[in-house]
Write a new protein. Structure first.
Length: 321
DNA sequence: CGGTTTTGACCAGGA
DNA sequence: ATCCTGGTCAAAACC
């Protein structure tokens, strides 16, 4: 892609909207779904509070999305007579560690009759900056990093999270460790899914040393069960009144630990409101080979037509090795 | 009483 | 081989 798309990306960041003017998209007739997948929640956290007149259409990947061999996500309407094609301009290939947000994703609406050849041809048009059909290009605002610290360890996906986001989680977690990591004054907290013994979902939470309001959340593994029905843990927070964090998250920097460690006993007695499972954090991201986040906002603009807007940070495609 | 948190010990991988 | 670092374990304490 050339400079055109870079410009669009810049506009998208500043305007929070990423669409060419006066573009009418085909009527998709998509069902509104409130099923958010993990990527949706991670990459489009602001959509939680979307209050505009538009409908938030969150497309559940296993049901609505499908992929074709040429690296495409296709969203079909119920009658299968219209499709929304989503495609990563630059395939995102994860290696040991790679940061994603520089990647661009293109979203286009094309007739359902598009064949692979036609689609490739459209890509060529895009490559030369042609404007023959509606398309968007935008960047993510959420830093998403995939890493693998050790050979046999599962791949972890790391992203930045706000305190608010930490408190909204449907999964139950049990803390199993805490470690001060070199280079950071804040400890890293280790959690496992506590709902099922056989669930391999894990996550790590640590406070960002760069921004006091940001937490770094790393997820690995997948939940192999439904979220717990009981959300009893959601209400429990520790006594950090300033932050109102979920219980169990220790963000005390090293210095304060040392200064306050007058207690010499191995088991430091803690106040009643410090110990408890951390719940209320994002669910781990499902890192599958076919994970692609798709969220669209559909504007009804009359004449039976719908306008599909893509928020600047609500879509991305992820391909794995 | 069962589940969770705490925290030092242990272990494996990398330098 | 040794050291360092990060991830996990597990016993004790807590809720």
């Amino acid at each position: 892609m050339g400079d055109d798309n870079r410009d669009i990306g810049v506009v998208a960041r500043s305007c929070n909207i990423n669409k060419p003017n006066n573009v009418v998209y085909p009527k998709l007739g998509l069902n509104v779904s409130h099923v958010w997948n993990y990527f949706d929640k991670t990459l489009a956290p602001r959509m939680n509070s979307f209050t505009g007149s538009s409908e938030i259409v969150s497309l559940d990947f296993p049901i609505i999305r499908q992929e074709r061999s040429y690296d495409q996500v296709i969203i079909s309407n119920q009658n299968n007579n219209q499709e929304l094609y989503l495609h990563s301009i630059t395939p995102i290939q994860f290696i040991q560690q790679i940061t994603v947000p520089q990647s661009r994703t293109i979203v286009e609406c094309v007739p359902p009759t598009t064949t692979q050849a036609e689609w490739i041809d459209k890509q060529k048009q895009l490559d030369i900056g042609a404007n023959s059909h509606p398309n968007f290009s935008f960047s993510m605002t959420t830093t998403l990093t995939q890493s693998q610290t050790r050979k046999n360890h599962s791949i972890m996906l790391t992203y930045e999270s706000s305190q608010q986001e930490l408190t909204n989680d449907k999964w139950a977690w049990r803390k199993y460790g805490q470690k001060y990591i070199k280079g950071s004054p804040f400890p890293r907290n280790y959690y496992k899914c506590s709902t099922s013994k056989h669930c391999e979902a894990k996550k790590q939470i640590e406070k960002s040393s760069k921004d006091e309001d940001i937490f770094l959340v790393s997820c690995s593994g997948e939940h192999n069960h439904d979220p717990p029905k009981s959300r009893r843990y959601l209400a429990s927070c520790n006594n950090n009144s300033k932050l109102n964090l979920p219980k169990g998250i220790n963000i005390s920097p090293k210095e304060s630990i040392f200064n306050a460690s007058s207690s010499l006993s191995k088991r430091v007695k803690h106040s009643t409101d410090v110990a408890s499972p951390i719940i209320g954090t994002k669910p781990p991201l499902e890192i599958g080979s076919k994970n692609k986040m798709v969220v669209a906002v559909v504007h009804n603009i009359g004449d039976g037509e719908e306008k599909v807007d893509m928020n600047e940070d609500i879509f991305m495609g992820i391909d794995q090795l």
